[in-house]
Design a protein. Structure first.
Length: 636
């Protein structure tokens, strides 16, 4: 206790000490919408695969006096301050070969304060970005076969200017023999050194790079009349060359994805577009939107085992949709002039919620998913808010837009009760309700397609950020069909109703039976688990580890929690099939299911009093009601 007091007092005394006279401590400058002096040169060496280190050098035009350099904190797409400042190391700042002292700002860990001596018009920076060695340290971005260079991780920029007003000349040195893809325009490429055309900082950060040994590039709209020669490419990187094989039918489905999306929006908000897709078990998983590209990852068998990989094939549709929804049209409080100002995420129920809607709809319309697969996925979506989200009793969808900052996608003890980023799936259900209401009001002449074209399909060719607010959403809906859209949306955003009812208005209802759907089966294989969410109230991994026990479910009330591992079922060694048999038997004999579980180093017996049998969600047509949902899923 004494040592604790001494340390605490020492810390307080340190904080109370005056700042050193030679290190400025400026207040944060408000950025101005004015061109920054000169062009910043950024050079990245990405060849140290053994250590997974990116070596960085910058040359920044400056004027003498106080200067603050910022490391990007609020990265678009993350919706929270997750810039990996903990990975920056070895920072050295010099001018004319003389060291310039710097000090991290006491109130802002992303800010570095220094004084530029008189007569100096350029400073040089060198540092390393020490990328994760394994997933416990963050997302792995460099492997022996590929890498993902995100410019926001390897840059410091001057405070006080809009990001779009700072010009950058960026270059990268890649491992010999590697290929690369990015939305940036190449100025010069010689051997393994690539220099890009000068671009503003906002669009540099928005244009990441994938590189690797094994690579294939295919055009997705080259066989049609390309709109103003606006080409869209699929760039595939893989751990092994054999995983790059793409059949004619597989390519056709990806081409149809582009075709279907353009038909709905009717406008391009990019001068070209590059899907960046990594087929890997080594590079960290990602799905990240950008205006002229997207970062995506999938299982190595994405193309080579087409039937097996279907469950994850809506990712490209989701991220491509973001070029319109999220990058071009953006909630006004999610856009800030710099990457170090707080973003407010209340608009994510449209940004992500409607993109989740379109990502799944376009997957069916393009053939990336079959109609049967799409319906099965939507049944699971409905069931989540029927049985799998008891947290809706105390939280609402709008409140979950705070989750990127609250939880930052950390693992949660009881996610179903705490809820986590439900603006995705809950938001999606709100938009199914909107679509059904538009169809009903217009006698089936208008739909969410019309909203999408009106709201996102404006100003063809423009790719500056176009912000919106709640009033703009309501106004656009009223321009299609007059209704009290304000209350319609608000009741679902801040209310606690069962959102699964959205499908009833689409002409379908949620039912449960003892037959797993293709979506349930695919999810079980993908996550190596068995689904008892709608019966006992949990998912369990193949090794017996429990996942997210549903609050107030039979399992929860019997005493099970996600920290436990099931060892045996009714005296028999655990497996998913053994537990399924036990649930089926209990429906017949009405006896409790007896589990032996391990909790830390303790073993105990838990009895679950449940005889409802196996339950899996399905959507079933409502007789006599118009089938809007099939129309939604039908290709245009």
């Amino acid at each position: 206790m004494k040592n604790y007091i001494i340390v605490t007092l020492s810390a307080l005394l340190f904080l109370a000490m005056p700042a050193r006279a030679d290190i400025p401590q400026p207040d944060a400058l408000q950025p101005i919408d004015k061109a920054y002096q000169g062009t910043i040169k950024l050079k990245v060496d990405a060849t140290d695969l053994a250590h997974r280190i990116f070596q960085v050098n910058e040359s920044i035009p400056v004027s003498s006096g106080k200067l603050t350099l910022l490391y990007p904190a609020w990265i678009p797409g993350h919706h929270s301050p997750v810039g990996p400042i903990n990975k920056l190391a070895g920072l050295k700042i010099t001018a004319n070969d003389k060291t310039i002292k710097w000090q991290r700002d006491a109130a802002n860990i992303y800010a570095f304060n220094l004084t530029v001596p008189k007569g100096i018009d350029e400073i040089s920076l060198s540092f390393q970005f020490l990328s994760p060695q394994n997933s416990s340290q963050g997302r792995v971005v460099m492997t022996p076969e590929m890498l993902n260079l995100q410019w926001n991780t390897v840059v410091l920029y001057p405070e006080g200017y809009y990001s779009r007003k700072i010009q950058f000349s960026a270059s990268v040195v890649l491992p010999k023999g590697w290929h690369y893809a990015t939305a940036l325009t190449t100025k010069k490429h010689r051997k393994n050194k690539v220099k890009f055309k000068t671009i503003d900082f906002e669009n540099l950060v928005d244009s990441p790079l994938f590189a690797g040994r094994y690579y294939k590039r295919v055009a997705l709209n080259d066989d049609a009349k390309s709109h103003k020669k606006t080409l869209i490419y699929l760039n595939v990187f893989a751990d092994k060359a054999k995983d790059l094989a793409i059949t004619k039918d597989e390519l056709a489905a990806h081409k149809k994805l582009v075709e279907q999306m353009i038909k709905v929006y009717g406008a391009y908000h990019f001068d070209h577009y590059d899907f960046l897709l990594a087929l890997t078990t080594k590079l960290g998983g990602i799905g990240m939107e950008h205006h002229r590209s997207s970062e995506n990852s999938a299982k190595p068998y994405y193309f080579t085992d087409w039937e097996k990989s279907w469950r994850g094939r809506d990712l490209l549709a989701h991220e491509f949709n973001h070029s319109w929804n999220g990058k071009y049209r953006r909630p006004e409080k999610l856009w800030t002039p710099t990457y170090n100002q707080i973003k407010q995420a209340s608009g994510l129920w449209l940004y992500e919620g409607q993109t989740q809607y379109w990502g799944q709809i376009f997957s069916v319309r393009s053939g990336l998913w079959s109609h049967k697969q799409g319906i099965a996925v939507l049944a699971m979506l409905a069931a989540r808010y029927d049985k799998g989200r008891p947290g809706m009793q105390w939280r609402n969808i709008l409140d979950t837009t705070n989750d990127p900052t609250i939880a930052q996608r950390a693992s949660l003890p009881f996610r179903n009760y705490q809820m986590s980023e439900d603006y995705y799936s809950g938001g999606e259900l709100i938009w199914f309700a909107v679509d059904a209401k538009l169809r009903y009001l217009s006698n089936d002449k208008k739909s969410l397609d019309d909203f999408a074209k009106a709201f996102f399909g404006m100003n063809d060719g423009d790719w500056d950020v176009n912000t919106y607010n709640f009033t703009d959403i309501v106004s656009t809906l009223n321009s299609i069909e007059t209704y009290n859209w304000h209350d319609f949306l608000e009741s679902r955003l801040i209310g606690h109703e069962n959102l699964s009812k959205s499908f009833n208005d689409q002409g379908w209802k949620l039912i449960y039976n003892d037959k797993p759907s293709v979506a349930v089966s695919a999810a079980e294989k993908r996550y190596k688990s068995t689904d008892f969410v709608y019966s006992l109230g949990f998912m369990v991994k193949d090794n017996g580890t429990l996942k997210d026990v549903i609050w107030d479910s039979p399992a929860f009330n019997a005493g099970l929690s996600p920290s436990m591992t099931i060892v045996a079922v009714n005296g028999e060694e655990f497996s998913g099939e053994v537990l399924k048999d036990a649930v089926t038997t209990a429906k017949q004999n009405h006896k409790p299911i007896v589990l032996l579980v391990k909790d830390f180093n303790h073993y105990k017996t838990i009895k679950i009093d449940y005889d409802g049998g196996l339950k899996y969600p399905h959507l079933e047509r409502i007789k006599g009601k118009k089938d809007y949902l099939t129309q939604v899923l039908t290709a245009r």
